[in-house]
Design a protein around this ligand. Structure first.
Ligand code: SF4
Length: 452
């Protein structure tokens, strides 16, 4: 393994950050499949040569270059980039030029290890001298994933808007899949249809994204939802509704979570997973919250210079958040006039619920705020059970479990913790069967909610 020296530490600041993507291949790891492909389409519309890397095929490499103590998503994504490079080298031979690529690994400044993945992966890449020129592009929650620096300054705002919208539409297509698959007439029809729709929608983003023509994108979405609706067999009875929360990578990455949604469906569930935009909205909301608190405190102390800076921040991030809510609500409104695809909540609503409950607080940060409040929202809506999906040893998800488990089981609502680390646990399927048995009992006693 590479031994750290001055060059290693310099590389962490020089080769991880925001780099101009023009003329380079931008490598996106596949977390949630649909969202990643739509994001790549959105980026391509701005002339960025973006591609989604194959995922999970390099897990052995990921394990070989980690100690086993890292979070599981770090092992998977390390494997993805190393596998990509291996294949690209084999494809191009001597024409392989590492500086032609920029690998995308965002980070979070919250109190957990996600902020360190890209640093760790930099050290791994630097352990191969020839890969030192392959940059890692990192967006951070610290400025709510600003894309400034990736392309020309005057286009950065537009790119962020389209990238956000691609995540919204990715969420809607995921929700469409979970809504239709448990009720499909013909086995496999929903998966095939969503895969085709994802590719068509990626082209739509590529064609219209740069022009910010969101209506064209919504027109395409509307026709997909209409077709999707026809896959449902109306003769199939409604099923218990299960909500998923947890760590964003594990709950979204189908290979890592061993396709837990499909397994729940196999035992009779209809499932709704927490969205990806929830996390993006959370990072923006958190900046608004910090600015508001900073402004109030500065005014109390008559620090008007600081108050002015906080006010500026409040206006900037407040504007972003309003924009995000507007765009997201518009997309869901349009889709829900055709079909009852599950809607999404506002992060501000989750904050208020959590504050009222006294169980946890947004001031403590991490995904635990979203998961605990998300579970409470599912319970309030009458879901028949909740599953918390996360990487083994994940700190925020373990906090979630320890806080929510006594509350939710006390209310006789089925609850399951589902930690994953890449191994197959023999008891997992039995645990899911038992959970679904309890969910059916809950469903028989209380019915299930309509999609709000
Ligand atoms: S959220 Fe969990 S899995 Fe992700 S970096 Fe933090 S501790 Fe690791």
């Amino acid at each position: 393994m590479h031994v750290a020296d001055g060059q290693t530490f310099r590389s962490l600041s020089e080769n991880v950050g925001r780099f101009n993507l023009r003329g380079r291949k931008f490598l996106i790891p596949e977390m949630n499949r649909i969202g990643a492909h739509l994001l790549a389409g959105a980026l391509r519309s701005f002339g960025i040569d973006a591609l989604v890397m194959e995922t999970y095929e390099g897990l052995d490499l990921g394990k070989a270059f980690t100690s086993g103590k890292e979070c599981f998503p770090c092992q998977v994504t390390t494997g993805d980039i190393l596998h990509f490079i291996e294949k690209e080298k084999a494809r191009l031979g001597s024409r392989f030029e590492p500086s032609d690529y920029v690998y995308f690994m965002p980070e979070s400044t919250g109190p957990c290890r996600f902020g360190m993945y890209n640093k760790y992966q930099r050290i791994v890449l630097d352990s191969f001298p020839e890969l030192r020129t392959l940059k890692i592009a990192s967006l951070t929650t610290d400025n709510s994933y600003s894309v400034e620096g990736l392309i020309e300054r005057e286009r950065a705002g537009q790119l962020r808007k389209v990238a956000y919208f691609s995540m919204v539409i990715g969420d809607v297509l995921d929700r469409l899949l979970w809504r239709i698959r448990p009720y499909e007439r013909e086995p496999g029809a929903a998966d095939r249809f969503i895969e085709e729709s994802m590719r068509a929608m990626a082209h739509t983003f590529e064609a219209w994204g740069k022009r910010l023509d969101f209506d064209k994108i919504l027109d395409a979405l509307e026709s997909i939802v209409r077709k999707g609706r026809s896959i449902i067999d109306p003769a199939i009875d409604q099923k218990p509704l299960i909500g998923i929360v947890g760590e964003i990578y594990l709950r979204s990455h189908v290979r890592s979570n061993q396709d837990i949604i499909r397994m729940l469906e196999h035992y009779g569930a209809e499932v709704v997973n927490a969205s990806i935009t929830e996390w993006v909205d959370f990072t923006t909301y958190d900046k608004v919250r910090d600015a508001r608190i900073g402004l109030e405190n500065s005014l109390k102390l008559f620090r008007f210079d600081k108050a002015k800076a906080f006010l500026k921040q409040l206006l900037r991030y407040g504007g972003d958040l309003c924009y995000q809510y507007l765009k997201r609500d518009k997309a869901y409104r349009r889709v829900r006039t055709i079909m009852d695809v599950a809607s999404d909540h506002r992060v501000s609503h989750l904050d208020k619920m959590l504050e009222k409950s006294g169980l946890y607080s947004f001031s403590l940060g991490t995904e635990a705020c979203l998961s605990i409040a998300g579970i409470m929202a599912y319970v309030q809506q009458g879901f028949n059970g909740v599953v918390n999906v996360y990487p083994f040893t994940c700190m925020p998800s373990t906090v979630t479990s320890s806080i929510i488990k006594p509350v939710i089981t006390g209310r006789r609502i089925p609850y399951l913790d589902a930690p994953y680390d890449g191994t197959f646990q023999p008891g997992r399927e039995t645990a899911i069967r038992t959970f679904m048995y309890q969910a059916y009992q809950h469903f028989e006693r209380h019915g299930r909610p309509v999609h709000h």
